[in-house]
Design a protein around this ligand. Sequence first.
Ligand SMILES: *Cc1c(COP(=O)(O)O)cnc(C)c1O
Length: 378
Amino acid sequence: MIPFNKPYLTGKEAHYMYQAVFSGKISGNGIFTKKCHTFFEDRYGFNKCLLTTSCTDALEMAAILIDTQPGDEIIMPSYTFVSTANAFVLRGAKIVFCDSMTDHPNIDTEKIESLITSKTKAIVSVHYAGFACDMDRIMHLADKYNLYVIEDAAQAIENYYTGSDGIKRVLGSIGHLAAFSFHETKNIISGEGGMLVINDNKFEERAEIIWEKGTNRSAFFRGETDKYGWVDVGSSFLPSEVIAAFLWAQLENLEDIQKKRLEIWTKYNEGLKDFARENNIKLPSIPEYATNNAHMFYLVCESLEQRSSIIAHLKSKNILSVFHYLSLHTSPFYKDKHDGRTLAQCDRYADTLVRLPLYYDLTEEDICLIIREIKGSV
Ligand SMILES: *Cc1c(COP(=O)(O)O)cnc(C)c1O
């Protein structure tokens, strides 16, 4: 049996978790949390990072930070994970869904401007499969209409965007705020886990308060205030040290993990190139401004029938491939709230995209078998 995903352990996770447990400080914002924050701030030049219990929580923090109010409109792709939308819906916002590009599941930036109204507050750029959105275009619209940009960088660790100025920027550093995920299906994991990146420093102080249940506890422990109390809304968004310790073991091996994933991605890409062309199947297209972090390898099939037969054939050979996302604008929860526009590309990806197994321990033999069986399935 070849599963779709298998969490990779570097070997140090349990060791660091043991250290965290027996350090006498198991709650959040301790030594391992600080190690992780420093790692990200040093490696990527992020202004400020806060680990969270999930990317979902980081998105909820972003929605609070930009002061999302009932009636505000938030523009985002419909082809995304439910948390991208839920974070803003929880604060009463209306989601204005935008279609994907014809040649890429990312948001079609040509279609954003016509969706902007006086109520628009933010654009959420979801970097699908880790590939950068056209951030120049999104940041230009944000400047022009005075909007916030939040990067849903859940899948985008270690990926870059090169703008028209020729400068290479790491994803998560471009929008006002960004959210990463360390869910066990992502490249770098802690079971459940995430991180908020605060690029616009006007949000720095309040982000820490919202993170710590609406109190100024972090400032108090730094000696910046002589007592701490309730100063704002907030929740318990910070993970325990046990989670941060797990994450630290992964971060120490980031480059090794990335190298391995990229090797697997490249083998799929090489092995399936001709087959895809002959069968009208599209392999992932990497925009010229984007790098590849090998988060995901997917096929965009010609039809729902073709996809179903590939998935069924692989399953009959004990290989698990999966499809996702069901369009959010036609979901049971949102279809009556959506304004009725058809989003043809989004619906097409929902019907035809299939993800192949991609994890550290996938062997050369497994990959060859998967490629052979895909070729035998149509
Ligand atoms: C995984 C994912 C999320 C949610 O991440 P969690 O850490 O599970 O909350 C949000 N958005 C996108 C695009 C994702 O892929």
